[in-house]
Design a protein around this ligand. Structure first.
Ligand SMILES: CCCCCCCC/C=C\CCCCCCCC(=O)SCCNC(=O)CCNC(=O)[C@H](O)C(C)(C)COP(=O)(O)OP(=O)(O)OC[C@H]1O[C@@H](n2cnc3c(N)ncnc32)[C@H](O)[C@@H]1OP(=O)(O)O
Length: 200
């Protein structure tokens, strides 16, 4: 594993290198407006089967972009009546992770930097959007924003991130065996995992 930003070096890893290329929307990516569904039913970000989750619902956008909505619940508080910053970062992370569907690539978060611009009260619907900005080898550079009051409302949170492409073995080799076995025994889960893989 290569060292990333050793102590004392500037944090440049969120800036694409000069030879990074534009992202490519996969030919079989879902049409703009299509609900993407959950990549895993027990996912904290998008899984319907996860009672403590964010239940984020993402849709394909134009190019390599997605939109999503997240409703802040009482369980998501940090200060009284306000969303916890880590929960908002999770919503941004999940939205960025949904970009995988448009590229047919499996990628995990390597680095994620969040700006918190406005407090977000409970019951707020956060309107999220995310797009890939550049690709360099396995590194996928992307950004997301979360707005309140509608898709064109003020930006409350935003993030820049680099996701790293991995193979499905990343999960099989590292996940706890009981959940991995259950996922591999579920034909619907296997189908969803294959939907991320590159289809030449
Ligand atoms: C039937 C089966 C079953 C299951 C199916 C499941 C389907 C699931 C489908 C879809 C899932 C999508 C899930 C989305 C959920 C939302 C997103 C999350 O929250 S993900 C969780 C949080 N993230 C992690 O847990 C990563 C933990 N980290 C790692 O595992 C490794 O560090 C990893 C894979 C990220 C990199 O390790 P390396 O050994 O593969 O690669 P190296 O050589 O270190 O790096 C490759 C390149 O990336 C850069 N890089 C690596 N880490 C970086 C970092 N932190 N920041 C910036 N650059 C980084 C390096 O500098 C290098 O760049 P150079 O190629 O040399 O130019």
């Amino acid at each position: 594993m290569s060292a990333v930003n050793p102590p004392g070096s500037p944090k440049t890893s969120l800036v694409p290198p000069p030879d990074a290329v534009a992202p490519v929307r996969h030919a079989e990516a879902p049409a703009p407006g299509t609900a993407l569904g959950a990549h895993y039913d027990m996912c904290f970000g998008c899984g319907a089967g996860q009672p403590h989750g964010l239940h984020l619902e993402a849709r394909a956008g134009e190019g390599v972009s997605v939109t999503a909505e997240f409703t802040v619940k009482p369980a998501h508080q940090g200060a009284p009546g306000l969303a916890h910053g880590g929960v908002l970062t999770s919503a941004l992370d999940e939205t960025l992770g949904s970009l995988n569907w448009l590229m047919h690539v499996i990628a995990v978060t390597g680095r994620l930097e969040t700006d918190f611009l406005l407090p977000v009260p409970v019951d707020t619907v956060l309107h999220l959007d995310a797009q890939v900005t550049a690709v360099h080898g396995r590194k996928i550079y992307c950004s997301a924003t979360g707005r309140t009051g509608g898709p064109d409302g003020p930006v409350a949170v935003r993030a820049d991130a680099v996701f790293i492409e991995v193979k499905v073995e990343h999960f099989i080799d590292n996940g706890r065996s009981e959940e991995i076995q259950a996922a591999m025994d579920d034909p619907d889960q296997v189908r969803r995992a294959r939907a991320f893989e590159v289809n030449p």
